[in-house]
Design a protein around this ligand. Structure first.
Ligand SMILES: Cc1cc2nc3c(=O)[nH]c(=O)nc-3n(C[C@H](O)[C@H](O)[C@H](O)COP(=O)(O)OP(=O)(O)OC[C@H]3O[C@@H](n4cnc5c(N)ncnc54)[C@H](O)[C@@H]3O)c2cc1C
Length: 497
């Protein structure tokens, strides 16, 4: 996967593409995989790096969603549980089984959650990750020794999936590339090409590295830009009304000592009626998330102080050692594009299902949904796109399509930082095989350094820049600019003093 070669291929092509996908998150890359593996000609354009948006900022769960079960959304849970099973089968190198403990403080809670999780087991059918069961207080402590024991009566053990979101994303980018798709990061769509009737007939994009502009014809365009989908829809038709509402969720990362277990905790009802997870992830403890309505999208959304306080306080109720601000290793925030259902202030109750819309200019937008259901979303979107563009009808093959394992198992070489598991080999691999162009790409999304320990990531930036410059043929000045740019971003992942 070489960006320069792909850009040359795209620039030289005069034939319209069958499908152009805008957006390099889970949804867009999923569409590129689906369409390319059906044999369509596909171009995917991402304005920044693959996964810069919400798809690098999830809670890292491949799950049916116990919360949606409590809301009675059985069809969404069933769909997600099926997709969970498919993902584990097709990407077993990234998705693994995770045990969760729901702590209970009364007999009633044990019965309520015990029955609920049995229904969850039943809904997963042949895609089951393991049977749930009720635990005594002692068994809960054996599973999570750091759990707060005051008033604890027992708990429920159940199983779901866990993954590394951007590792899966980069592997999906590779899969799309393997099937002939042209995939470009740092390629921002800035407008549309119209036919005589004013319909969308292609896109205009700008290479963010050179500022060169390209006009590319296409039979169909899929808008998979998540929180930005309304901005892109207005670019194609300025009369279009917004279809999504935005809500942000934050995560805090702490040392592994707060959990000291391979098992996760699921808090089923926080004081604001949400769920909160404490999960072991890359050797640390990840805690989240929140649901806060916001008015506009930012590529680096900031956690509110009130959200940080809320997560610290809630986690503190359930852990023996109460985490405090100075324990925070990283804070990351993602934005949910929630499909609108009339005027509501309560984003936690908006639809988590996906929506496909085709506006008057013929732009197809797919939005909403979850990481877990990206494959099904992509299948639906490409079915619609093929019909819209009158392409030869071909069925999706992604239910059984193995996802590319892009990264070698063991990375050798010197470490970038004593507090991080990543090595020089990881950096070289990311540049040579995974289209990493900036220090941030390597430290935030090819490795997860920024997400597991922001301060260590800042300290690892100069070495990372030096290795990248050697690979990409850049000079000392590039290194200085990159380190400064990365540091500015990474400081947003640390608590403000
Ligand atoms: C806090 C939080 C936690 C979550 N946790 C989970 C979880 O544990 N499990 C789960 O299944 N789901 C989870 N989700 C949901 C999941 O993360 C999202 O559904 C999914 O990542 C959305 O992917 P996307 O591709 O639609 O959007 P994004 O990942 O945001 O991708 C959209 C992309 O479009 C690009 N773009 C925008 N404008 C342009 C343009 N003009 N030209 C080119 N590119 C453009 C952006 O740069 C961006 O990369 C969570 C969501 C949030 C907010």
């Amino acid at each position: 996967m070489k960006r320069d070669e792909i850009l040359t291929r795209v620039g030289k092509r005069t034939e319209p593409w069958d499908i152009i996908v805008i957006g390099g998150g889970a949804t867009g890359v999923g569409c590129a995989v689906d369409a390319a593996s059906r044999g369509y000609d596909v171009l995917l354009l991402e304005q920044h790096d693959f996964g810069k948006g919400t798809s690098s900022r999830s809670t890292k769960l491949i799950h049916g969603g116990v919360r949606y079960l409590a809301q009675g959304n059985i069809s969404l849970v069933r769909e997600a549980l099926k997709e969970r099973g498919i993902l584990q089968q097709n990407a077993s190198h990234v998705v693994h089984k995770q045990a969760f403990i729901i702590p209970c403080y009364s007999l009633w809670q044990k019965a309520y959650y015990g029955v609920g999780l049995k229904i969850y087991d039943l809904l997963s059918d042949k895609h089951s990750f393991g049977k749930s069961r009720i635990l005594s207080k002692q068994e809960v402590l054996e599973h999570v020794p750091t759990i707060e024991t005051k008033h604890l009566t027992g708990g429920i053990l159940y199983f779901d999936g866990q993954f590394d979101d951007t590792r899966l994303l980069i592997d999906l980018v590779k899969t799309a590339h393997d099937h002939g798709a042209a995939v470009l990061n740092y390629a921002k769509v800035i407008g549309f090409l119209n036919d005589d009737q004013g319909g969308v007939a292609g896109v205009r994009f700008q290479d963010q590295e050179t500022d060169d502009k390209f006009t590319i014809p296409s039979r169909c365009v899929i808008n998979a830009t998540g929180a930005y989908c309304d901005a892109v829809r207005s670019m194609s038709d300025d009369r279009s009304k917004p279809i999504v509402t935005l809500s942000q969720g934050i995560h805090l990362v702490f040392d592994s000592k707060f959990l000291r277990s391979e098992n996760a905790i699921m808090i089923p009802k926080t004081s604001d009626g949400r769920v909160l997870f404490c999960i072991p992830w890359h050797g640390q403890t990840l805690v989240g998330t929140t649901d806060t309505r916001i008015s506009s999208a930012d590529l680096e959304p900031l956690a509110l102080e009130s959200e940080i306080d809320f997560v610290l306080e809630t986690a503190g109720h359930y852990l023996m050692e109460k985490p405090i601000r100075s324990d925070i290793l990283s804070i990351f925030t993602g934005i949910r594009p929630l499909v609108r259902s009339g005027a509501t202030k309560n984003t936690a109750s908006l639809s988590r299902g996906h929506t496909i819309e085709i506006n008057d200019s013929g732009l197809l937008t797919i939005t909403g949904g979850k990481w877990t259901t990206y494959r099904h979303m992509a299948e639906d979107a490409v079915d619609q796109a093929a019909r819209l563009a009158e392409l030869a009808i071909r069925a999706s093959i992604t239910e059984t399509l193995t996802i590319h394992k892009a990264k070698p198992d063991a990375a050798n070489g010197d470490r970038l930082h004593t507090d991080l598991p990543y090595t020089i080999t990881d950096v070289v691999h990311a540049v040579q095989h995974e289209m990493a162009r900036a220090v941030e790409d390597v430290l935030a999304r090819r490795t997860r350094a920024l997400f597991v320990n922001a301060r260590a990531a800042i300290e690892a930036a100069p070495k990372t820049a030096e290795i990248m410059a050697g690979q990409l043929g850049y000079d000392q000045k590039w290194c200085e600019v990159e380190v400064e740019r990365f540091t500015e971003i990474a400081e947003k992942y640390l608590p403000r003093k």
